[in-house]
Design a protein around this ligand. Structure first.
Ligand SMILES: Nc1ncnc2c1ncn2[C@@H]1O[C@H](COP(=O)(O)OP(=O)(O)OP(=O)(O)O)[C@@H](O)[C@H]1O
Ligand SMILES: [Mg+2]
Length: 273
């Protein structure tokens, strides 16, 4: 059984204009899935539905066997799904880093000694052990976001959803956070759903889900997705630079493969011309 399953999910905020329209997809344990789509296409709404912050109007969402539509399951779902949002400032609740990381597990009723272990593990994982007694407001944006991730890790979730979590960071901070998340995915088997518009984050995902206007446009590997360059542009999406250049060259009559993704792919294809 898939760890996460959405089946024919529909949702609207006002009961009139649907924002999520008949969305179905599955995510397997240990996968790293990127979600892309134009502004307002419904990505964050899907994240809130998975985390049971919103309830579908129709269809079903199952997390590790628990139905998000069942009120009694909400607690179990929150234990399994941790969401890191865009702005780390809105996610800090305590005046000392370690208290902030402890906040989530305390709310879930995790015993004291277990919480202490989780804080240790989480701060180690994000490389912020030295800052455990610091005041969050004195940290840089990248450091704050790492603490927000530590807070989610302390919940010991099976699924981490990153909703544009690196958008407020500089390129170095973004790399840092991604390295931490990749490591958790590879070494601990944590399932990652990364909502992002940074193409460098998308090309390294196992699979990509493309959302357009509240519906699933397509799902596939990064290579499969970016081979459909024309359609992606039509629905307001960017391409990785190498894909963009390869497609421009194909339009000019050069015989290049349609699935160029990385700079290395492009170089290899150009060498074969
Ligand atoms: N709390 C809300 N109340 C009413 N409408 C909302 C609310 N949040 C989002 N919407 C609307 O729902 C639609 C989907 O929004 P959502 O935030 O899920 O999109 P998104 O893909 O995450 O966009 P972005 O790329 O800008 O983050 C948009 O039309 C948005 O205006
Ligand atoms: Mg959003």
């Amino acid at each position: 059984m898939a760890l996460l399953e959405l089946k024919n999910v529909c949702f609207s905020y006002d009961k009139q204009s649907p924002v999520i329209k008949d969305v179905s997809f599955e995510v397997q344990k240990g996968e790293y899935v990127a979600v892309i789509g134009h502004n307002g296409s419904g990505k964050s709404t899907i994240a809130r539905l998975i985390n049971a912050l919103l309830k579908p109007e129709s269809g079903s969402i199952t997390v590790d066997g628990f139905s998000a539509c069942d009120k009694k399951s909400v607690f179990e779902i929150r234990k399994r799904v941790g969401v890191v949002f865009q702005n780390p400032d809105n996610q800090m609740v305590a005046s000392i880093v370690e208290d902030d990381v402890a906040f989530g597990p305390e709310n879930l009723g995790v015993p004291r000694d277990e919480i202490a272990k989780r804080i240790d593990f989480a701060l180690d994982a994000v490389g912020m052990q030295d800052f455990r007694k610091s005041a969050p407001e004195r940290l840089s944006g990248g450091q704050k976001q790492r603490i927000a991730i530590a807070g989610v890790l302390a919940l010991a979730p099976k699924i981490i959803i990153l909703d544009e979590s690196t958008a407020m960071l500089d390129p170095a901070g973004r790399k840092d956070v991604l390295r931490v998340v990749k490591k958790l995915n590879k070494e601990q088997g944590v399932t990652v759903i990364a909502i992002t518009h940074y193409m460098e984050e998308v090309i390294s995902a196992d699979r990509v889900i493309v959302i357009n206007d509240g519906t699933i446009e397509t799902i596939g590997t990064p290579k499969e997705i970016f081979a459909k360059a024309k359609r992606l542009k039509e629905i307001g999406l960017e391409l990785p630079t190498a894909s963009y250049l390869a497609n421009k060259l194909i339009e000019k009559g050069f015989r290049l493969p349609a699935d160029v993704l990385s700079d290395e792919d492009l170089e290899e294809a150009l060498c074969k011309l």
